[in-house]
Ligand binder design. Structure first.
Ligand code: 28G
Length: 646
């Protein structure tokens, strides 16, 4: 290394060591406690409480008391061994003073095994000291009480033995946060109470008391059954599907002392999962490897059991992680040295050891439980199976929404097969929705291209017998229709965007034509009811017969009408030429114009909501398994006619 570079290295090292002093903490508090807001203020409390919990985890403290003082201070006391007060061999100061004035490299190096050191805490009591106007520590051990005082991180009152004898041991830390550093120095009772409650549930047997001198409130949390009680509280009023399952493990992996505690059950009471996870008693709000291992083993173990016990049918697909999670209520608490945290808020555990460890312990534990509780196990598998089916249905519904979304899009272009009219004013324009290509051709020649647009729909594509309506939406013909109308569908329907004043369905007067009309009416009813309610949907009435004798031509819509014409217009005449139209395609442009499209001469039937409702119900019948109702439709069709218009 060149001299220049070694100088730089030396300079940086000095800089860092200076910044590592408590002055650095006061200069950049957010680096140590995350922020200087309410959250940061409470980090000070967690730091001290966590130290007391560590002493509990070490097997010593049984009671922790937090007292919010009336003068803005906060006090934490435990009945552990008491912070050592003997002289530090190299520092020549009592150990307790060294602990309060020396910035630790993050807590994790000077804490053995799996002491609390998650996320942003574990920075050490010295950080609290640095950010407090005043800090007082009392240590009870060796039959006496000892006190030491600090101000903004500097020792003010040297350690002294207080007069009088004391039995027992313990530590008390009292601090007054620095109001020049924090945006607020107002401790929140509920925030602290909640945290103590959670800590009690994670540490069976540990008693945590909160006393609020500001209003005299006090509360004590203590849980006998720990995680089982925790799961019980997460369940609330919901009933567990099976009694809460719990296991604990402690072992050494590659020289690391690790421990895992889990408790879980399922409920019908809610559909999400309620999984809480912790690393060294610190909540991992964003989960991480321990949760992954837990979930993975639940899924694989339940699938294996489901197959072996036949609780899963041969045709059922494997349960997915999501299926198994539904209604899951669980607490996973892992302890491991030097945990690695990830994510923006450091709320996710990244240590890979935690994944395989949790997977193994939960896999073995659950398999044992299933062996001994087969009937209950089947219940769990069945519940996940039902979840799987519901999920499949929900997926289909989502797909529908997605398709609807697709149709909602105000697509830039109009469909290619639309023969649009030149006028743009919806008061004067109409769209003929025409079945079949040949009818499309004749109607295009017949129309008044200024006001009449033609959209031919290919019958073959619309032949969706028994298809679900959701499938119908995938149909490119209907997508073209939606585009041509311009309104969007469903909730997104915008009446102001309708591009035509009238929408006229023009289909053959036969079974297939009827079928297509039924489909279209059902489509409009389901996805554009407003268009019907606004009176914009019509059925064209093409004739069934043409009667001609010499220069006289007349059209009939039905047999009855034809007979009537024979008794009136063509009375007494012989050899009247009667042509029966099998479909619109058989009519030439002139005939189509005169009979069906010319606003001066045609008859249109306006579709009412009631018509459409009836048709939609009929559609369901048609799309069902029976085939004959298709014929019934023809009978029904007569009833489409309501208000005869123009
Ligand atoms: C009341 C508020 C917060 C604490 C203890 C107890 C010991 C301790 C704390 O030792 C230094 C480093 C590793 C041993 C340990 C006492 C062993 C023997 C302790 C607390 C020395 C820290 N006797 N209780 N620190 N260790 N409570 N409560 O902070 O080698 S901190």
């Amino acid at each position: 290394m060149s001299d220049v570079w070694s100088d730089v290295a030396e300079y940086s090292a000095k800089n860092i060591s200076v910044l590592k002093g408590l002055e650095g903490v006061r200069k950049r508090p957010a680096m140590y406690i995350g922020s200087t807001d309410r959250r940061g203020l409470h980090h000070l409390v967690w730091e001290i409480v966590d130290n007391a919990v560590d002493e509990h985890l070490a097997g010593h403290a049984q009671r922790i008391t937090v007292r919010i003082l009336a003068d803005g201070g906060l006090e934490v006391a435990d009945d552990g061994r008491g912070i050592p007060i003997d002289m530090h061999p190299t520092e020549k100061r009592p150990a307790v003073e060294v602990a309060l004035t020396t910035l630790h490299a993050g807590g994790k190096f000077d804490r053995q095994s799996y002491a609390v050191s998650g996320g942003l805490h574990g920075v050490g009591v010295s950080v609290v000291n640095a950010l407090s106007d005043r800090t007082e520590v009392e240590v009870t051990r060796g039959g006496a009480r000892h006190a030491i005082g600090f101000a903004r991180g500097r020792t003010k009152d040297k350690l002294k033995k207080l007069p009088g004898k004391r039995t027992g041991t313990g530590t008390l830390v009292r601090f007054w946060p620095d109001a020049t550093i924090f945006e607020t120095v107002d401790f929140d009772h509920d925030t602290i109470a909640q945290r103590l409650h959670e800590t009690a549930l994670l540490n069976a047997g540990l008693s945590l008391t909160l006393i609020d001198d500001r209003d005299g409130r006090s509360v004590t949390y203590r849980s006998k059954k720990g995680l089982v009680d925790f799961v019980g509280e997460l369940l609330g009023d919901a009933d567990p599907l099976v009694p809460i399952i719990t296991f604990s493990d402690e072992r050494e992996i590659d020289g690391n002392a690790v421990a895992l505690d889990v408790a879980f059950t399922w409920t019908e009471g809610f559909h999400d999962d309620r999984l809480r996870s912790y690393v060294n008693i610190v909540r991992t709000a964003d989960g991480g490897t321990h949760e992954e291992g837990f979930r993975r083993s639940l899924t694989s173990t339940l699938n294996r059991f489901g197959r072996e016990s036949k609780a899963l049918g041969a045709k059922d697909p494997n349960l997915t992680g999501d299926d198994v999670r539904e209604g899951l209520v669980a607490v996973v608490s892992i302890k491991l040295p030097d945990p690695q945290f990830e994510g923006q808020t450091k709320g996710r555990l990244g240590s890979t050891l935690a994944r395989s460890y949790a997977e193994q312990v939960v896999g073995e534990g659950l398999a044992r439980w299933l062996d001994a509780n087969a009937a209950k196990g089947r219940k769990v598998v069945k519940r996940a199976s039902v979840a799987a089916k519901a999920r499949q249905a929900a997926k289909a519904a989502r797909e529908l929404t997605r398709r609807k979304g697709l149709l909602d899009v105000q697509s830039a272009g109009l469909p290619g097969k639309l023969a649009d009219c030149t006028a743009r004013d919806p008061d004067t324009t109409e769209l003929f929705v025409v079945e079949g290509d040949s009818a499309g051709g004749s109607s295009k020649s017949a129309r008044d291209r200024h006001t009449q647009a033609i959209l031919p729909l290919r019958g073959k594509v619309l032949n969706v017998q028994r298809a679900q309506l959701t499938k119908v939406l995938e149909n490119s013909e209907l997508q073209a229709l939606v585009k041509a109308l311009g309104t969007g569908i469903g909730e997104a329907y915008d009446a102001d965007k309708l591009r035509y004043g009238r929408i006229i369905l023009m289909a053959d007067a036969d079974v297939d034509g009827g079928h297509i009309t039924t489909l279209l009416l059902t489509f409009f009813h389901r996805f554009m009811p407003r268009l019907i309610a606004d009176g914009r949907l019509y059925l064209a009435q093409p004739p069934l017969f043409q009667l001609r004798k010499g220069g006289d031509v007349a059209y009939a819509m039905s047999d009855a009408e034809r007979e009537q014409l024979m008794r009136t217009t063509f009375k007494g005449r012989t050899n009247v030429e009667v042509q029966r139209f099998k479909g619109l395609g058989e009519m030439d442009a002139e005939q189509l114009w005169r009979t069906t499209m010319d606003p001066e001469r045609r008859t249109l039937l306006r579709v009412t909501i009631e018509d459409a409702e009836r048709t939609a119900a009929l559609f369901d019948l048609l799309m069902g398994n029976q085939t004959d109702p298709r014929r019934e439709w023809i009978v029904e069709r007569a009833q489409f006619a309501r208000n005869v218009d123009i």
